[in-house]
Every structure is written in C-alpha cells, then in structure tokens.
Write a protein that binds this ligand. Structure first.
Ligand code: DP6
Length: 355
C-alpha cells in the first residue's frame, strides 16, 4: 500500500496565526486484540484487530496553536491534563509530533498548548492512549483542513487514523464509530496496516446495539505499559501460534457477525481476552495484570450465565479491569445483577455503549 498520499506538500498557506481547536474521541474495546508489532517505530501490527468504539468513554482535547515567528524549529509544546500541567506526558507527545511531522510538515511552524481530559481514569486498562491520541490526531487534521480548503471528509478521517496509529496503534481504530478493523486481513476488503477502516460487511442487528459495562477493578496506573508488552511479542515463544490464532478468529468473527450468533461471539471474545493475558503471563519477563477481583468477576460471570441463561460475556484490555458485553435488550436485568453481585469487586462502574 502506498502512503504517499498522506504527505502534506503545500509550501505556502495562510491561516490565522492563533487559534483553538477542540475535538473529542472515544476509547475502544478490541474483540480481536492487537498484540505485537514490528520492531520498528512505525507501528505496524503483527495481526489484524477489530474493536467497538465506546460511547461515553472519551477524551476531549483542546489544541491551542500559535504561529511561530521563526519557522522550522521544533515546536514548543505544553500539555495540561485535567487542568494540571503534565510534563511527564511530554516525551510521548514529542515522539508523536516527531513521527508525524514527516507527514504534516506545517506542524513545525507552530507552538502548541494541549489541554485534555478523560471521562475515565487514565492508564487503568481503559485505552486512554487510544482516545487521547485519536483526539489529538483529529485536532491536527482540523489544522490541515484550514490549510487545504479542498480536503475531503473521507481523506480527513483516513489521515487522522493514519496519524493516530503513529501515536498509539489502537488509537487508529477510535477515529470511526461502530466496529472498526485495523491491520491487513485477507478476508477483509480494504483492511491494511496503516490506518483503520469501518468494518465493511453485513452485521446482524444484535451486534449493533451492545452494551459495555466497564468494571474498574484497579484505578492505579499499570506498572507494565502495553508498549513493553508488544515488544516482548517479538521474542515470545508462542507468538507465531498467537498470530495464526488471531487470523483464524477474525475469519470466524466475520461469520458470527453476519449470522448473529451471540454464544459463539461470547466464546470468541473471552478466548481472545484470555489469550492476550496468557501472552503477557508467559513472556520474558512475565507479568500478571489480573487482580484477585478480576478473577472473582470472571467466575461470577460464568456462574451467572449458567444460572440465568443470559448472554453476557467479558473481555479484558491490558489491565485488571473487565468489560462486560451484552445486548441492549438484556440491559435492565443484567445491570441489576451487576450492581447487586459485582459491585463489591470494583471501585467504579462505567456504563457505555458499543456504537
Ligand atoms: C491490549 O495501542 O496501547 O489494548 O501501539 O504501543 O500504543 P501501542 O499499544 P496500544 O495497545 C493496545 C493493546 C490492547 C489490544 C487492542 O486494543 O487491540
């Protein structure tokens, strides 16, 4: 695939020297997990992944820009998170700007202040880098739109996804609502490693109205960041089998989504979640993200499912928290059970929709 189309080529442009852009972007929850990337800094995944974007779980970013008097030096960037200056975020942001300035040369002409907040705890296993990097990429594309008046919506989103990927892999999927695919898969037309695409095939109505109730088990930032875990996949003894399995699971999911088989869906997403955690538990060095209360929730879900025959399934991210997915029709009774039987295992419950 050629990515030349993403270069910004104009030499001269006119823009108000000072401006503010605000964009919001959701987190997402992967059904088939992205875990492992090529060992270079270009964010190419080792398997394709698919996620739901999450309504109500998002980052809002305000990008304030000032045109510099002397151009072509690195931009100065300040970042504020929930109103407080966060110098600890700067290395990641500078790295991101460095990677994307290749495609957005105009960035070097500005100084920036980034003000951002999440509707959920950051670094807790809810993909905060996905929503924050995608929100920032959307803000940057808003600048590009001011410079190129003919810029089409389709290109705007594609390039936003392309840029977001360079900040954090899973972020490229947050650009679109609903089911979103990233990474080349031979059965998914248009899928590629450079940007995400909306899932292009028929989806049974049951999968267009799913609830995601997120149980926060541990709000503390993770000790092991996912970037480290990805790296470890390059030397993981089971990596090859994992990538084969992800590939097979994607084929299976395509048919599940078409026919609307909830039980198969549940089995597949739980297997994916446990495989992700199995990979991290068996890497060198090895880690354990689950907490005792993560296991308490998983066992409770399995027991409840047997007793109630309800369609409720879990998936996990890179952390201790649990996402419970179920059809909207079952929301009332399932939420009642969650608030009575699972509340003691969590510090917080976040209600969201896969939209
Ligand atoms: C477990 O996208 O956070 O959430 O590309 O290094 O920023 P980087 O990793 P990141 O990895 C997320 C992995 C995951 C699964 C997924 O969302 O597909």
């Amino acid at each position: 695939m050629r990515t030349n189309c993403f270069f910004y080529r104009k030499k001269k442009y006119s823009i108000d020297p000072n401006g503010v852009i605000t964009r919001k972007s959701p987190s997402n929850i992967a059904l088939i997990k992205y875990w492992g990337k090529h060992n270079k800094k270009i964010q190419i995944p080792l398997n394709s992944s698919i996620s739901y974007s999450l309504e109500g779980v998002y980052t809002v970013t305000r990008l304030i820009y000032h045109l510099k008097e002397r151009k072509k030096r690195n931009p100065s960037i300040k970042i504020f998170f929930s109103g407080k200056e966060k110098t600890s975020f700067l290395p990641k942001i500078f790295e991101f700007f460095h990677r994307i300035s290749f495609y957005c040369s105009y960035l070097l002409d500005f100084n920036f202040i980034i003000e951002t907040y999440n509707t959920f705890p950051h670094s807790s296993g809810i993909a905060s880098s996905a929503s924050s990097m995608s929100a920032l990429a959307l803000c940057i594309m808003e600048i590009e739109k001011k410079l190129v008046s003919s810029l089409k919506e389709d290109f705007f989103l594609k390039k936003a996804s392309f840029l977001a990927r360079l900040g954090s892999g899973s972020a490229c999927r947050s650009i679109y609502p609903g089911l979103v695919v990233w990474g080349h898969h031979k059965s998914i037309k248009g899928s590629n490693n450079f940007y995400a695409i909306p899932y292009p095939y028929k989806v049974h109505p049951i999968f267009t109205k799913m609830v995601d109730t997120i149980l926060i088990i541990d709000e503390k930032p993770k000790k092991i960041l996912s970037s480290k875990g990805h790296q470890l996949m390059n030397i993981h003894p089971y990596a090859k089998e994992r990538f084969k399995c992800a590939n097979k699971n994607m084929n299976h999911l395509i048919s599940i989504l078409k026919v609307g088989d909830l039980q198969e869906f549940g089995e597949l997403i739980e297997h994916e979640a446990l495989t992700l955690h199995a990979m991290i538990m068996t890497s060198r060095p090895y880690f354990l993200w689950m907490k005792p209360n993560t296991l308490n929730v998983l066992y409770s879900v399995w027991n409840f499912r047997i007793q109630s025959k309800k369609n409720i399934y879990f998936t996990l991210d890179a952390g201790a928290n649990v996402h419970l997915l179920y059809p909207i029709e079952e929301k009332k009774s399932i939420l009642k059970w969650i608030y009575s039987d699972l509340i003691s295992f969590c510090t917080k419950i976040i209600e969201s929709f896969c939209y």
